[in-house]
Design a binder for this molecule. Structure first.
Ligand SMILES: [Mg+2]
Length: 255
């Protein structure tokens, strides 16, 4: 059972007196989900708050976006950025890109071109090439057109899936094309926790709203303060639930 985050605000906040490691998913956690990904900018108040939070704690933004996109759209200086679902990590003095993911870049680029040219007539499809991965957004596609889109999409990616050239995962009204490696937000978080919290003395906080955040919740199970951001309860590896980004921010303000 997920417990309401705010009901445990005081006892949890007390654990952050000597610092802490704070992972925040971006879309849907710090910003509301919007129709077009380029509109998901941080409101100035939240941006200023996150900037100040990062002066006191190690704050890392996590996203399915590329790091460069995440840096630009968030517009906030924090300790680090995890992009492309963990395949890219940027922290002071280090930029990591998963080598296998780099090798898959041409395949992803090719598939993006194919999908654009063969699905372009279906209104509302948005193909976002993030280099190491790609997102095929269908939030704005009419219901009646969706099965047609799904059929064409499946036809295009099928041979690549069969030859294990790529993987596909399902996000919120989005298909993600990913390299065929088992490396996700959970792996990136494990790596960063070892780096920033080697003696395990600091509390680790992670808030996210997507299925891809479940990998991070799972690796932090038993040790971290994990928060699913969701209007309604659902099955999750997280320990706590916040109903929306406002509740997450309210909790963080108490630190
Ligand atoms: Mg999200």
């Amino acid at each position: 059972m997920l417990e309401p985050l705010l009901e445990h605000k005081q006892e949890l906040a007390a654990r952050f007196r000597k610092g802490g490691l704070i992972f925040l998913d971006y879309d849907g956690t710090l910003t509301p989900i919007v129709d077009k990904p380029e509109l998901a900018v941080l409101d100035p108040k939240t941006r200023e708050f996150v900037r100040r939070l990062a002066m006191k704690f190690t704050v890392i933004l996590v996203s399915g976006r590329s790091v460069s996109d995440l840096v630009e759209i968030s517009g906030v200086e924090v300790t680090g950025f995890v992009g492309n679902h963990g395949l890219e990590i940027k922290i002071p003095g280090l930029t990591f890109i998963h080598p296998q993911a780099r090798r898959t870049e041409p395949v992803i680029a090719h598939l993006c071109r194919e999908i654009r040219s063969r699905c372009g007539h279906i209104e509302g499809v948005f193909v976002e090439n993030k280099k190491l991965t790609a997102s095929i957004h269908y939030r704005n596609v009419l219901k009646a057109e969706l099965s047609k889109l799904r059929q064409i999409f499946r036809g295009i990616v099928k041979p690549y899936l069969e030859n294990r050239k790529i993987r596909i995962s399902q996000g919120k009204k989005v298909w993600e094309l990913r390299p065929p490696v088992q490396w996700n937000k959970g792996n990136a978080v494990t790596w960063l926790v070892r780096l920033f919290n080697p003696r395990k003395e600091l509390p680790v906080f992670y808030a996210g709203d997507d299925r891809t955040d479940e990998d991070a919740f799972a690796v932090l199970k038993g040790t971290g303060i994990t928060v699913l951001v969701a209007e309604r309860p659902r099955k999750s590896w997280a320990k706590f639930r916040a109903r929306n980004s406002e509740e997450v921010i309210e909790f963080l303000r108490s630190l």
